[in-house]
Design a protein. Structure first.
Length: 150
């Protein structure tokens, strides 16, 4: 009798199924990590903008106005920096730059960070949304103001 060596078809199919299952679990875990990373960046971005706005407030005794060019969102064409030029937001930096590059919302979430001045410069709100929960904030739409993130 001749002894055969090698794997049977059943053994090969079992190994391929196990490899497929493990790769699927790895892809799912990677996608969750990416979403959490984007949310952490969003919260960090908002805190950086809040710090720049407080520096602006200390110098100007008010928060910058909401410009028409800035209504599309922070980090877009009309809101690329925060300085003491004109109404604060814009493409041309003034003599004091509070934030050289205003961050934009990371993809794939299409909703931009929206800044709105309220109370004739006495307060502001920034609206943003999260994909999941991070830093004690649930998923969904949130607002940030001079009193913190809600």
């Amino acid at each position: 009798m001749k002894k055969q060596s090698g794997f049977t078809l059943i053994e090969l199919l079992v190994v391929i199924a196990i490899i497929g299952l493990l790769s699927t679990l790895a892809v799912v875990a990677l996608n969750n990590a990416r979403a959490k990373s984007r949310d952490a960046k969003r919260v960090s971005d908002i805190k950086q903008v809040q710090t720049a706005l407080e520096l602006y407030y200390n110098d100007k005794n008010g928060y910058p106005a909401t410009l028409a060019a800035c209504t599309t969102g922070l980090g877009t064409a009309g809101c690329v920096n925060l300085s003491d030029s004109a109404a604060g937001w814009g493409g041309t930096a003034g003599t004091v730059v509070y934030m050289g590059q205003v961050p934009a919302n990371p993809a794939p979430n299409g909703a931009a960070y929206v800044y709105t001045q309220t109370g004739s410069g006495a307060s502001y709100t920034i609206t943003f949304s999260l994909e999941g929960s991070v830093a004690g904030l649930a998923s969904g739409v949130h607002t940030a103001g001079q009193s913190g993130i809600q």
